[in-house]
Write a protein that binds this ligand. Structure first.
Ligand code: CP
Ligand code: NVA
Length: 302
């Protein structure tokens, strides 16, 4: 098993299945009220350089349910925000706590924390990756479809952190993924390179209706991610046709499910009617962040 969760590329298929199996059993134990507490006495530091609802609350609650505690550390309140190097912050936190979750801009910061802290580091979102979300997404797909292998996911929108992580995650577990993005907004080059060895299972197109054909799962994400606020108006125009709507749903399989990592912008990347018709899956997906991350913390921090 891995020592850190810095990016989806860290995970083998076996790692992902181990995490999902543990997440499933933790979810059912939690519902029955007999959840184990393998992290008694342990502390998770949570560093946030960007806003969050789900990541913050699910990690903090998850750590508590596992018997430990979590510290919310806003980067602007840490000395890091005044220029203390990440390798020093890492070496200090490594003396106090048992694991670090970080949400930040640069992927390199997560890698540096992992290198210098001496304790498990979990990526809670960077501009490049969102591995915790993809574990919850795969867990949700498996719950609704009973399997992962052979299913087709269509991702419609920006080739951003969600897109990068979904491509790696889907291909690693044996799913097919078709990505529709506007020219110039393709996924990261590392992701394209990874996908080259899965040529039959990966498709990169510009036409959303092509990507959606016979999809079992449709997924999208905001047109302007955190940190791209200044580009938001221009992006509204670029992405105008990259929307999950009733017309696009007609191209997919009739029993296709819809995923959205949230927050959602109705009328932009997804219409209100399609969002509301798929809230059972979308809010199970949000709930599964808690269970998937508890499994990750239990596996890394015990
Ligand atoms: N999906 C997700 O990561 O949500 P938050 O930004 O609210 O944490
Ligand atoms: N791509 C989005 C995901 C939010 C969970 C962002 O980075 O803001």
């Amino acid at each position: 098993m891995i020592k850190h969760l810095t990016k989806m590329l860290d995970l083998s298929k076996e790692d992902i299945i181990t995490i999902l199996d543990l997440a499933d059993s933790m979810k059912s134990q939690q519902k029955k009220g007999n959840a184990p507490q393998p992290l008694k006495g342990k502390t998770l530091a949570m560093i946030f350089q960007k806003a969050s609802t789900r990541t913050r609350v699910s990690f903090e609650t998850g750590m508590y349910q596992l018997g430990g505690q979590a510290l919310f550390l806003s980067a602007s309140d840490l000395q890091m925000g005044r220029g203390e190097p990440i390798e020093d912050t890492a070496r200090v936190l490594g003396r106090y706590v048992d694991g670090i979750m970080i949400r930040t801009f640069k992927q390199q910061d997560v890698e540096d924390l992992a290198k210098w802290s001496g304790i498990p580091v979990i990526n809670g979102l960077t501009d490049y990756d969102h591995p915790c979300q993809i574990l919850a997404d795969l867990m949700t797909i498996r719950e609704y479809k009973g399997k992962l292998e052979g299913l087709k996911l269509a991702y419609i929108g920006d080739g951003n952190n969600m897109c990068n992580s979904l491509v790696i995650g889907c291909l690693t577990v044996g799913m097919k993924i078709s990505v529709a993005v506007p020219k110039g907004h393709e996924p990261h080059q590392d992701v394209i390179n990874f996908a080259k060895s899965y040529s039959d299972a990966f498709e990169l197109v510009q036409d959303p209706s092509k990507a959606a054909i016979q999809a079992d799962v449709l997924a999208t994400d905001v047109w302007a991610s955190m940190g791209q606020e200044a580009e938001a108006a221009a992006r509204m125009k670029t992405f105008a046709n990259y929307q999950i709507n009733a017309e696009l749903m007609n191209k997919a399989n009739p029993d296709a499910i819809v995923l959205h990592c949230l927050p959602a912008h109705r009328g932009e990347e997804i219409t209100s009617d399609i969002f509301e018709a798929h809230t059972n899956v979308i809010f199970d997906e949000a709930e599964n962040r808690l269970h998937a991350q508890k499994a990750v913390m239990a596996l890394l921090m015990q």
